[in-house]
Design a protein around this ligand. Structure first.
Ligand code: DC
Length: 223
């Protein structure tokens, strides 16, 4: 490959975006950028400061004050709010169930998109999220929209929880995933949407290595 490009991976919650994006980044020696983690970090910070997740202006002010950093390490990306490491905290169910509301505000998204575009300025990134192909990197050379059925996504999350020893209820997970899909897809500003030039990969009946292989093939095809 001659030059370093940016790769955009969008799709609904639980489709396997982060696992796949991480593996693609590793294979290409690119930087993996988890934009969902940035919205989660802001949500964590807002909850900690008792800021109403419906108050876009207050959230924007908070985002202006804090610094959200993603630090790549050999054992994965660490997430920081200022100097506090919040990698685990941002995965709590409280954050998970509030983040869609925080991410729905236009002023918050405008600032997040700016920060994300800056991170991808010199290329060589695999970025995953909901609006990467449509808003953050509209000129990305490779755009993937990764999806899977609600049942399959809930099942994967359920198995992951059990493996980690967390309590898990499959029906509740299905409901939560469907609710997040609904919120992310129907928000007014920059909803979850497939870019017109994105390649759709439905991973319902595919293994992770197969999805990764497909994306690497797309990257090769473009160069
Ligand atoms: O990918 P994730 O589940 O960690 O994302 C957390 C939330 O952030 C999700 O509800 C949608 C939102 N999000 C977004 O609106 N835009 C992005 N680029 C990434 C995430």
């Amino acid at each position: 490959m001659k030059r370093k490009t940016n790769i955009a991976i969008d799709g609904p919650a639980g489709a396997g975006k982060s696992t796949v994006a991480k593996m693609v980044a590793e294979q290409l020696s690119y930087l993996y950028i988890d934009t969902g983690a940035m919205y989660r970090a802001l949500t964590y910070s807002a909850l900690k400061s008792s800021i109403d997740p419906k108050d876009g202006r207050k959230l924007w002010e908070l985002l202006d004050k804090i610094s959200i950093r993603l630090k790549p390490t050999s054992s994965g990306t660490l997430v920081y709010v200022n100097d506090e490491e919040v990698t685990e905290e941002i995965r709590s169910s409280e954050v998970t169930n509030t983040v869609s509301i925080v991410a729905s505000h236009e002023e918050v998204r405008i600032e997040m998109v700016k920060q994300q575009q800056k991170m991808a300025e010199s290329g060589g990134t695999v970025m995953d999220g909901r609006d990467i192909g449509t808003h953050v990197l509209p000129h990305a050379d490779v755009k993937v929209f990764l999806t899977a059925s609600v049942e399959e996504r809930a099942k994967r999350r359920h198995e992951e929880n059990i493996q980690k020893g967390f309590p898990s209820d499959l029906d509740k997970l299905k409901e939560e995933i469907a609710r997040r899909d609904e919120l992310d897809s129907n928000r007014e500003f920059a909803p979850l949407q497939q870019a017109s030039d994105a390649v759709v990969i439905d991973s319902t009946h595919m293994s992770i290595p197969d999805v990764v292989e497909n994306i690497l093939h797309l990257v090769e095809e473009r160069f």
